[in-house]
Design a protein around this ligand. Structure first.
Ligand SMILES: Cc1cc2nc3c(=O)[nH]c(=O)nc-3n(C[C@H](O)[C@H](O)[C@H](O)COP(=O)(O)OP(=O)(O)OC[C@H]3O[C@@H](n4cnc5c(N)ncnc54)[C@H](O)[C@@H]3O)c2cc1C
Length: 473
């Protein structure tokens, strides 16, 4: 073996193409050891959710095969990265470690500790920021403060100029022989003991190739209708790229670069959604308690209800509101839910049931394949009206009229709540309003085949507004 040896410490950047660390090592003509260190504590209190563990297993498998196809391998270890990095580096004589920064507070603490440990023994660390368009902290208002409103934030980003250049990585990656103590993927115990993942397998293909397929499908079939279609949950007008982006199987720059070939409103409105992702990550960087503390102080003492039965009914899609139940069942079966429906189910939990938004965020964290601390925390604070640029609390989604507007024929509801499949469109979003004979013909008995609404929306709406007044007092 000749040339310097470096470690690429993989984290949430599970790809080969457009990988700054791999590209840098290869540019220097060195050998690279790709290393993934499984650290259950890397996310602090947010240990990996069940759906994320499933995804991570398959994503590591895909990365490992991709590296093998380039003559390399993925070295797997578990433990504290600051110890494992030094140990592996000393065994193979590596003097440089490349890694991608993360913006979650606990993950940042892990990388700072690893950087200190490496520095102590003379190993150089090189950090990149390929998960985002801009380094958090570099986009600030005229007064030097972080933006808390999306539109001026994104305008500023566009003024700075999105970088579309992507790094190329050679087809062969020279690597040292694998050190001892490498683990088999199964040793990370990421897969569920009881196989509940049939729906996830049917829906997703974790890994770089799956990400590329999703991007190509979106560009050829959906981007032209994205602006008006992105709110319609029955069709596939959105990209489904969120888990791939979260695990870094594709970089935002690769997506932006592919989008440049596409003209029209759809492409810019899609880029704007990547802007929301950027915004949430910058927010989490500046407000590290975003996952727990409302950005608006007024909500710190909001009178939330303890309602275990309500929470359970919501989680399992048995609220009696078909659109809410459809969303929660889509989530349970596929690990993903359409964005419009995320807003509706979120509003229902927080405003109709008056359950603390953090309980909703926890359930999403466990069940989403795209569970992402920045996006999830911002999404829930948005829904609860307590976050940056959030929907005001008093704007309460009506799950019936939202259904009538965004799922007119009830196609989405029928797919996920099959017991209502024969209910006519007129009543599909409020079956309790259907005359008895209509329900009989549709084969539905409310209260046994499908629940009565667990709460009356008009009553719940008023109760939520009263609670808001109380929180202001
Ligand atoms: C309560 C709530 C919780 C959420 N939790 C998460 C989460 O844990 N992880 C997550 O990735 N997204 C989350 N979102 C945002 C959004 O719902 C998903 O990113 C989107 O549905 C993913 O589907 P897609 O890839 O087809 O999106 P597309 O419409 O194709 O958008 C492309 C990409 O832009 C980003 N994006 C789109 N919308 C948003 C948004 N509103 N906020 C931030 N980024 C966005 C995502 O990375 C997405 O993959 C949440 C939204 C809400 C309301």
């Amino acid at each position: 073996m000749s040339g310097p040896v470096a470690i690429v410490w993989y984290r949430r950047d599970l790809r080969i193409e457009d990988h700054a660390g791999l590209a840098a090592v290869c540019d220097h003509g060195g050998h690279v050891l790709p290393l993934y260190i499984h650290d259950e504590r890397e996310m602090g209190d947010w240990s990996l959710g069940s759906a994320s563990r499933w995804w991570l297993h398959h994503s590591l498998q895909a990365l490992s095969s991709g590296l093998e196809a380039r003559g390399s391998y993925l070295h797997l270890r578990r433990g504290d990265p600051s110890e494992v990095l030094v140990d592996v580096a000393q065994r193979i004589g590596a003097t440089n470690v490349y890694f991608e920064r993360r913006c979650e507070p606990a993950a940042r603490a892990v990388e700072a500790k690893a950087e200190r440990a490496c520095a102590r023994v003379g190993i150089e660390t090189h950090a990149s920021n390929d998960a985002l368009f801009f380094e958090p902290g570099t986009i600030a208002t005229g007064q030097g403060n972080p933006y808390q409103v999306f539109t001026p934030f994104w305008k500023r980003c566009l003024q700075e100029g999105v970088d579309y250049s992507t790094a190329s990585v050679p087809s062969v990656l020279p690597s040292p022989s694998e050190p001892a103590d490498g683990l088999a993927l199964s040793a990370l115990s990421l897969m569920p003991k009881v196989d509940w993942a049939t729906g996830l397998r049917a829906e997703w293909r974790p890994g770089y190739a799956g990400a590329q397929d999703a991007l190509q499908r979106f560009l050829s079939e959906s981007v032209h209708r994205y602006s008006e279609g992105r709110d319609l949950p029955a069709e596939r007008w959105t990209s489904g790229l969120s888990p791939h982006l979260h695990f870094g199987e594709i970089s935002p720059r690769q997506i932006a670069s592919a989008l440049r070939e596409v003209r029209g409103e759809g492409a810019s409105s899609f880029l704007r959604e990547l802007g929301w992702r950027e915004f949430s990550h910058h927010l989490l960087y500046h407000f590290p308690h975003l996952d727990q503390h409302p950005l608006r102080d007024q909500f710190a003492s909001f009178p939330w209800c303890e309602d275990r039965d309500g929470l359970r009914a919501w989680q399992i899609g048995q609220t009696g509101y078909p659109l809410v139940d459809a969303g929660m069942r889509q989530l349970w079966q596929t690990g993903w839910m359409h964005n419009r429906v995320r807003m509706i189910v979120g509003s229902f939990l927080v405003k109709d049931l008056l359950i603390d938004w953090r309980r909703g965020a926890e359930w999403f964290w466990d069940t989403l394949v795209d569970a992402d601390l920045a996006n999830n925390s911002m999404g829930w604070q948005w829904v609860a009206g307590c976050g940056a640029d959030a929907a005001p609390f008093f704007r309460i989604f009506n799950p019936i009229s939202q259904g009538e507007k965004f799922d007119q024929e009830g196609t989405y509801v029928r797919r996920w709540v099959p017991e209502l499949a024969q209910v006519p469109s007129r009543y599909i979003h409020a079956p309790w309003r259907a005359p008895d004979h209509v329900l009989r013909t549709a084969g539905v008995t409310l209260g046994s085949d499908y629940p009565e609404p667990i709460v009356d929306h008009a009553f719940a709406r008023q109760r939520a507004l009263d609670a808001l007044q109380k929180s202001k007092a």
